[in-house]
Design a protein around this ligand. Sequence first.
Ligand code: KG4
Ligand code: ZN
Length: 340
Amino acid sequence: MADIILGIESSCDETGAALIQSGKILSDSTTTQVLHQKYGGVVPELASRAHEKLIVSAVSNVLRDANLKISDLGAVGATFGPGLAGSLIVGTSFAKGIAQGMNIPYVAVNHMEGHLWASELAFGKLLLPALALVISGGHTMLLEVSSLGQYKIIGSTRDDAAGELLDKVGRVMGMGFPAGAGIDRTALSFEGNSVSFPRGKLRDDPYGFSFSGLKTAVIYYLKEKYSYSNGRYSIPQEEIGGVCKGIMEAVTDMLLNGLQNAVEAGNYQSIIVSGGVASSGFLRRYIEEYSNLVDLPLYVPPPRLCTDNASMIAYVAEKYYNLGIFSDLSLPVDPSLRLN
Ligand code: KG4
Ligand code: ZN
């Protein structure tokens, strides 16, 4: 029997643990820290403390659900970047403690590799090289994926990430935090006309993105039309749908434009779209249409594997473990860790 690997995720506001064996998830316990909602964003100091509180039960839960003991583990992996330093330290230190105490290998995992390979976890062997669009709260980038550890960044955002834009405009629209899923749902169910917002385009970079212009345009639109109090604009219920639809149309257009430019310039066997924003039903519809048009297989994981989760971290940890690639216990976290 192949070894059982524990994966730990604590880069931002999800505390998670998952067990994997031979590419199959045995159990996953990922909790979103709801305490940040009332602040309208993740408060780093509170996130670290919440991870410290939640990590013990996350690990106990996955062991109990899979009917296993800590002594059954063959290795332990944890996200060591990118993310919030204090949060990363909680997860990696917990993992290192287990590795040291049980005398098993420790595998430090890049969170972005987790998002990328969540597609393989969901669909099985991928056709490579793939063009990947990773869209989350912290990142928006296009990259070429040749194999494990072999990535070439083709383009990324100059300013806000796609999820960051949705969360920022959603906050002043009173849509809570994070706002992406709410904006997406509202846009999908609205059948009326959308508000037209400008699409940001970079003249000198066909594969790059810029979302700050859209953010400003949405805020100006709200400012002109609605009154502002208590940190939000009062938008009549019947008008929210048109604004959300307009935002999702602009975001989708910009993401598709970069994807399309990269597909046309490269030679790819498939397309991967992952990260929290890839949960968007609105976006998925257009991306599916496009992949059919260019006749490339499309791998978009189910929403629970698009948003931050420990399964994707366990999956990458197992891939490295199977190659005999482990990390030293003295390896520090790297909040601004890059992919290549
Ligand atoms: O990947 P993720 O869980 O965390 C990071 O690594 O950042 O992504 C979180 C982002 C948030 O900005 C959230 O608003 C967005 O993903 N998001 C969505 C949806 N679900 C989450 N955006 C659009 N549609 C959704 N259904
Ligand atoms: Zn993430």
